[in-house]
Design a protein around this ligand. Sequence first.
Ligand SMILES: [Cu+2]
Length: 508
Amino acid sequence: MSRWKRVLIVLGCAAAVVVASVGALVTWLWTGADVSTVGKEPFVNEMAVPPLAPSRVEKDGTRVFDLRMRAGRTEFRDGRWTPTWGFDGTYLGPTLRAERGEKVRVRIRNGLDEASTVHWHGMHLPARMDGGPHTTIRPGAARSPHWTVAQPAATLWYHPHPHGATERHVQRGLAGMFILDDGRTAALALPKRYGVDDLPVVVQDVRFDGDRFDHGRRIMQNVGFLGDRTMVNGTLSPYREVADELVRLRLLNASTARTYSFGFPDGRDFSLIGTDGGLLERPAPMERLRLSPGERAEIVVRVRPGERAVLRSFPQDDYGDAWQRRFGGGDDSFDVLELRAAERLRPSPALPARLAEQETPDGGGAVRARHFDLRRSGINGRPMAMDRIDETVTRGATETWTVRNADGMPHNFHVHDVQFRVLEVNGAPPPAALRGPKDTVFLASGTTMKLALRFDGPADPTTPYMYHCHLLYHEDEGMMGQFAVVEKGQRAGTPSEHTGHGTHGPGH
Ligand SMILES: [Cu+2]
């Protein structure tokens, strides 16, 4: 045998070993990448219901809330105390509740040892009150954003939005619901007793490492952190006893990267009654409902006497290609919450046939069309810059925004200040789940959506609102842009910083 032959044989063997090792590694990663708690949850903990935040009403009618961000420890598991952050308590926050037309003010004190913000997700309000990354609150300082509630009844939420650190602040536990009411909705025959037949369901995925949270991203998890189990309202393996035939669940996906596809194992229908920004025109029956990070939905489910009905998150075949499904969480499944129905249930009235008029624009009279290409490296090719306002919109204008996921992984798209209408998904009319008011939409790789938005102002040329991917790892990396609302003919300026002042200041 010639020397060259021997060299070739050795090289060939080496190559075979490398190929086999890579193959084994990929197989090992592949088979270990999907996560499921289906059939494994004992449902031993009674689901916590976040308390309603106390408030007082001042002489001019302003409803005033107090929130304090603080660090602490939370006993998610018996005898094991996990370091966490919360509003008022040690994990999550109370549910704020206010009525359409009401003036509200929330005094936020930062009891943490780092700066943060509080953003009112889904709320229509002036940019200075929005709690974006330009309006930080230093440790020990306070801020008191105030506005008038000028939108329909809805399930909104609040969470920090500090530049580059939102994922960390939300993961540690800073999130809460903000429920809006209005007279028309209150008059509807819907389940509406908070904590009884109207349940807040804040869903988060977590992973523990000893007593602590493990927030590490696993290999090839390019969507961000994915946990190996879920909690509802900070309760692991939760159950809730219900005693009414119809139960309304206010679902909030407060996870940082995970998208869920909710349904029930027996395939029963439930009725979708509301999306991010309020009620649909009429209830929509469905078996599955997808919620990506930041999205909310109100569903009404019928339970049978004495049964145990499990809210499950199912694998999603329309989440992306096989690789994205496997490593990006689309193949995962979770038993999220067990509803334990009483042997004798109080009868519930049938759902109303009509729920609410849609107040979102239908795209008619749109004065401007904009396009947004979503890539992890940035929106429209550039990462977020705090000192750059990317888009300027005129107060009162209706626009259409076409958003395209031009990337090889799932993203979503959230716009501050507005509730928009989805006009088209890949050129077709939207499915029922996207026919209500929305502020956040999920876009699988290759998806295009056309949205109609109206910007009612007020104008503020130097304080921008944000639009961004609400997969918080992507947002923190820079998948975000800024828009300012200006008067006709006005130009946007350079964003100004508004830092929260000392605890004795009145704030604004
Ligand atoms: Cu993203």
